[in-house]
Design a protein around this ligand. Structure first.
Ligand SMILES: *Cc1c(COP(=O)(O)O)cnc(C)c1O
Length: 409
């Protein structure tokens, strides 16, 4: 990624006139700053709340925070195991030398499972054919797979339907009996964990307890059980069972959309960019494609070099909040592929100055939740999609956690 040279020359507006300025922003043109200590501290906080082993979910490139650095920080904070979606993510963690147990829970028919098994990646099964594929791969490579049996207790997404569960459990118990695999977990996922008190929660937990009883009849009573995502980890002790499985809270965001500080969590991600151009325009200037914004008075416009190709959603047009020149502003006009504009009125701003899209919110800047509210989405989507040409810069009190920029994939 490109670094701004240390003596970038900027342009400022002073008294309505453009003047050249000398600035020294020692940072990237546009960057995602990830506070790895926040990730470690959040995991420690979640662990103290749950009082059981914790699987830190680092899928989707660590929710946009970087797979390997996030995983290392989570383990430093006390994560016992790591959870990812696909095998490739698990193998990338192993290649980085991360040795804790890893569960990869979404595999399809016909995938090559042998490398996962030789690397001790645990897999999930929700069907008998999946169990068979795992057992076959295990025999082919001489490694006994650890398999988590997933039951669908009401999300109707992954997991075996309750009507298929007894057969799945019987098949898994039989395969374990003959040494073809080891059942390492029984698990499910909640539909409404982020709505504490919702009636489906108790219904799903009751169904899960039924599923656990069925498994116990086949000799799988001692298998660890896990259910709780972040929301359930924070608000639903009844769902903690033998392990919790938080994702978004690891990164310091509140799955219920509130203030994460209420749970002792702090957001790990800051997205910011250096203003690339500043100019004074008259009243009535149409701004950006389609002129969806027009200046109401003579104004100073600042150009921010990130756009929808970098994961800044186009529907942030005229609503996305940005911290710039000491105040919270709103994006003026359309977000383009590579850039957007902010109207700062008569406030002084200079090229090279930092515009913060979202961060922890402790210095006045908007949070990912503020963006989610403004854009009618969830912060999960914003943090996991932001990327594109933005550089990632890591902050950590443990230097080994910070990857060498040159070795970044
Ligand atoms: C993503 C995911 C989690 C973590 O969810 P959060 O809401 O981010 O805590 C846990 N379990 C499964 C199956 C998931 O897909």
């Amino acid at each position: 990624m490109q670094r701004l040279c240390a003596h970038l020359r900027g342009v400022a507006v002073e008294g309505g006139k453009l003047v050249r300025m000398h600035t020294t922003p020692d940072r990237n043109r546009a960057e995602i700053v990830v506070d790895l200590d926040a990730i470690a501290d959040n995991v420690a906080t979640l662990k103290s709340r749950a009082d059981c082993p914790l699987m830190a979910v680092v899928k989707a490139d660590g929710y946009g925070h970087g797979l390997v650095p996030s995983a290392r920080a989570a383990v430093r904070g006390g994560a016992d195991t790591l959870g990812v979606t696909v095998i490739e993510e698990a193998l990338a963690l192993r290649r980085a030398g991360i040795g804790v147990p890893i569960l990869a829970w979404l595999t399809g028919s016909g995938e090559d499972l042998t490398e996962a098994l030789t690397q001790d990646v645990e897999l999930s099964a929700a069907s008998i054919w999946m169990l068979e594929e795992i057992a076959e791969a295990g025999q082919a490579c001489g490694h006994v797979a650890r398999v988590h049996l997933k039951v669908d207790t009401g999300l109707s997404r992954g997991g075996a339907h309750m009507s298929d569960w007894p057969d799945l459990v019987a098949a898994a118990a039989a395969a374990q009996e003959v040494g073809q695999l080891k059942v390492g977990g029984i698990w499910t996922h909640l539909a409404y964990a982020d709505t504490p008190g919702h009636s489906t929660i108790t219904a799903q937990l009751a169904a899960f307890d039924d599923a656990v009883r069925i498994a116990a009849r086949d000799g799988l009573g001692d298998v660890p059980k896990h259910v709780a995502n972040s929301a359930a980890t924070l608000t639903l002790p009844d769902a903690h069972y033998d392990m919790v499985r938080p994702g978004i809270a690891v990164y310091g965001l509140d799955p219920m959309g509130g203030d994460p500080a209420a749970y002792g969590l702090r957001p790990a991600m800051t997205v910011q960019a250096a203003v690339t151009l500043v100019k004074r325009v008259p009243a009535g200037s149409g701004v950006s494609y389609g002129h969806e914004y027009t200046t109401s008075k003579p104004s100073t416009l600042a150009l921010i070099p990130v756009g929808y190709a970098d994961g800044v959603p186009r529907n942030a047009t005229n609503v996305g909040p940005v911290w710039l020149a000491g105040a919270r502003r709103t994006i003026a006009g359309r977000v383009c592929m590579d850039q957007f504009v902010v109207d700062v009125g008569d406030d002084p701003v200079q090229a090279g100055e930092t515009a913060v899209l979202w961060g922890p919110g402790t210095a006045g800047e908007p949070t990912a939740q503020d963006w989610a509210t403004a854009l009618h989405t969830i912060h999960y989507e914003l943090v996991s999609r932001v990327g594109g040409r933005l550089a990632r810069r890591y902050l950590s009190s443990v230097p080994e956690e910070v990857p060498d920029p040159a070795s970044r994939p």
